[in-house]
Design a protein around this ligand. Sequence first.
Ligand SMILES: Cc1ncc(COP(=O)(O)O)c(C=O)c1O
Length: 422
Amino acid sequence: MSNLATPQLALARADQLDTADSLAASRDKFSLPDGVIYLDGNSLGALPKAVGARLHRAIHEEWGVGLIRSWNDADWYPAPQRVGAKIAALTGASAREVIACDSTTVNLFKVLCAAINAQAGRAERDVIVCEEGNFPTDGYIAESTAALYGKQVVFANQDTIEATIAGVGNKLCAVALTHVHYKTGRIYDMQRITALVQQHGGRMIWDLAHTAGVIPVALHAWNVDYAVGCGYKYLNGGPGAPAYVYVREDLIAQLEQPLVGWHGHAAPFSFEQHFRAHPSIDRMLVGTASQLSMISLEAALDVYADIDMQAVRAKSMSLTDFFIDCFDAQLADYGFGLASPREAHLRGSQVSFTHPQGYAIMQALIERGVIGDFRAPDILRFGFAPLYLSHRDVANAIAIAAEIMRSGSWREAKYAQKKAVT
Ligand SMILES: Cc1ncc(COP(=O)(O)O)c(C=O)c1O
């Protein structure tokens, strides 16, 4: 019998692993409901306790009393740069290279245009390579941007991407990939693929939606051209929090993107008739920020203030390894298939399993407080945010899943009814 085959054995092992957890104290910085094991921080991060008080102040004092004066007096106006600097610290960039703004999709549009504009005059470079099966928004915006500029998109999958890039050769304009796959959690080798793309004369764009806050990367040192990502996943900025965009410093001064607005102007408050781009990363801004969401994200990022990203990655690998081991020991007989890489270094901070009845099983789990999500057609997805999860949470989640499968309680008709958001 495996040493994780029963809930008691798994809990005993979990407690051993948790004793060595250097990040355990950060759990207390989050507000999580009792009776919930939250395995969806890869989709919507949990609420950091400090955010509530900060938003209360922003609403009642800065907005309610300060009114419009708060753009200056409460330092609202430079918040996109301050938030960008905090995200830069988590992604191996300099504060001058990252700014918080808009949504990931909109930022992808801006950097795709920037990459295409940077190749202007080289008409033969008309191919943008993207990943088939990536999160849909990335493919949608790439195809629409390519059409605007008379370029074509070539799709490849994670196994064929490098050969495809090499095959496109000197027709390569840009490559846009998501570092950690949203369904499977499989990771690309960011440094190697960036170098390969640049060898072929293309520009490299990374979507860090499932990376920032859980996997240390070195955007600047690895010579990444552009990157984008979400503020509401592992960065815990709250529903619809602003996204961010990174541009390597040497590319900023020449960067051209068509979503020009007054916040990207060199002198926004001179109200000039014609657009002049700001010399800095500010040229990626368009219009007024969603200020309350920006403030929420800024406060949320403080949970990372003293955190070592290598320790976050080590704990993430340990939690996901432990989840898979417990799953194998207690849930092997119920028709699940592992959809994520088994080797931790190839996997982001999530584990996905396939099951033909995955939707109903996930609903039964959620009703019992184990919150993950479902991605069509058959993926049960579990995200592991190392700042607020323990190995004990993992062992308890597996025990609940094993009970649902053993009893067959997931077969109740109510669990099969599809909700709008899965
Ligand atoms: C890889 C990836 N890119 C982008 C997004 C979302 O983009 P947006 O913030 O524009 O909704 C997601 C959302 O889950 C995602 O997984």
